[in-house]
Design a protein around this ligand. Structure first.
Ligand SMILES: Cc1cc2nc3c(=O)[nH]c(=O)nc-3n(C[C@H](O)[C@H](O)[C@H](O)COP(=O)(O)OP(=O)(O)OC[C@H]3O[C@@H](n4cnc5c(N)ncnc54)[C@H](O)[C@@H]3O)c2cc1C
Length: 374
């Protein structure tokens, strides 16, 4: 027998789980995931950073608007802190100094961001080779995010509000019917009044099934690896250190160092794997900048960061397919922005006005819509 819901959300990564949790307070919601576990794709493969000065303007607004939730989540959401302070330090060689000035101009009003000299850089990261960096930027508002606690918190909230999560269920086809959708997962059919497309790198494929517009989503592979940290290094206060032109970054991750070549390689949506060449490039960059000799790789992985042309997320109803809502293109910022983005999306889906705090951060109902992409 076909099961009926007010809203069906496709994809149980951080985007789908967070919006489903907010929606479930007001409607019957089905959350559909093709994998055995939620978070198997991009959500489980991130660098877990919260950096309010990172990303395009609406992402920065959503990230700042998410700060309150991260710092003070609802009492039964999780039993651990979602954030642990971790500054971000951008470094520049002498040939990159112009980029430091550009960054400072763009963040002139941000009191958490300051320009620092070579000595101060060295004091924050003694691992850096002396003479490598000529100047830098320190952003003290950054943090590590406990992504698993965040994701599980949303899934717990979803279940507490009687949401239905189905795993191992690949959406194969979608059919519009009067007032909603028939969703086929091979073995089952479901119906829902509104369909939310939170399918990450696969969002344009879901759009195609629904005869919605193509938003030009491009998944980009990013590789990461962990190595043993040099002995006697105090990791607790070390910032994330990134090249000002985003050629690499390095950050403590438990007792290890996480390294990434910060690559942006276009890929089709898939279970992406790390590329040997990316790893070799990463090790070369890092060994040139830091007093580190990489002997053993503890773990390596890759994930997809999916973007549309302006690098901002897409959250809005389709202009072409009725009752079809896009929640996609969170790029490299989908974790740090999700508390605010999920509330933004849920307001539009439910036909409510936007929460005042989001309006104060400069968002309106069209800010993230598909209209800008057509
Ligand atoms: C190396 C790396 C570092 C990153 N670092 C950061 C960071 O420090 N901070 C930050 O904020 N962000 C970071 N990101 C970005 C962040 O991980 C993503 O923006 C975010 O995880 C996107 O979440 P999502 O739910 O949209 O996608 P996903 O987690 O990929 O979820 C989409 C889900 O949809 C499911 N799905 C797809 N098609 C179907 C179908 N037909 N039927 C059923 N289910 C389907 C998939 O199985 C998947 O589980 C990083 C990403 C990478 C790769």
């Amino acid at each position: 027998m076909t099961k009926n819901y007010d809203i069906a959300v496709i994809g149980a990564g951080i985007a789908g789980s967070s919006v489903a949790a907010v929606l479930a307070e007001h409607a019957s919601v089905l959350l559909i995931e093709k994998e055995q576990q939620p978070g198997y794709h991009s959500t489980g493969r991130s660098a877990a950073m919260y950096i309010p000065s990172y990303g395009p303007p609406f992402i920065q607004a959503l990230t700042k608007a998410s700060g309150e939730f991260f710092k003070d989540p609802p009492s039964n959401f999780c039993n651990t802190s979602l954030l642990s302070p971790r500054a971000e330090m951008l470094i520049a060689r002498t040939d990159q100094l112009a980029a430091i000035d550009l960054f400072m101009q763009a963040h002139a009003s941000n009191s958490n961001v300051k320009k620092i000299d070579a000595d101060e850089i060295q004091s924050h990261c003694p691992l850096l080779k002396r003479g490598y960096a000529a100047a830098g930027i320190l952003d003290t508002s950054g943090s590590d995010i406990d992504v698993n606690a965040l994701h599980q918190g949303y899934l717990k909230k979803f279940k507490q509000h009687n949401g239905t999560l189905i795993l191992n269920s690949h959406v194969n086809s979608l059919k519009a019917e009067t007032g909603g959708w028939i969703i086929n997962t091979g073995s089952e059919n479901y119906t829902a009044g509104i369909l939310v497309n939170a399918a990450g790198a696969w969002a344009d494929e879901i759009g195609l099934m629904a005869s919605a517009e193509n938003i030009g989503l491009q998944p980009m592979r990013r590789t990461a690896l962990t190595i043993n940290a040099p002995a006697r290094l105090d990791l607790s206060s070390m910032p994330l250190v990134a090249d000002i032109d985003e050629a690499f970054y390095i950050k403590p991750e438990a007792q290890y160092l996480l390294l990434s070549p910060a690559n942006v390689d276009p890929m089709p949506p898939c279970d992406v794997q790390p590329d040997e060449m990316d790893i070799a490039v990463c090790i070369d960059e890092v060994e040139r900048a830091f007093d580190i000799e990489v002997r053993t790789i503890v773990r390596s992985w890759a994930g997809l960061r999916s973007f549309v042309s302006d690098k901002e997320p897409v959250a809005g109803f389709s202009a072409q397919a009725d009752n079809f809502f896009w929640l996609a293109a969170q790029g490299g910022y989908g974790i740090q922005s999700c508390p605010a983005l999920s509330r933004y999306a849920a307001s539009l889906i439910l036909g409510n006005s936007l929460p005042h705090d989001l309006i104060k951060f400069g968002l309106n109902t069209d800010s993230l819509g598909v209209g800008r992409l057509l």
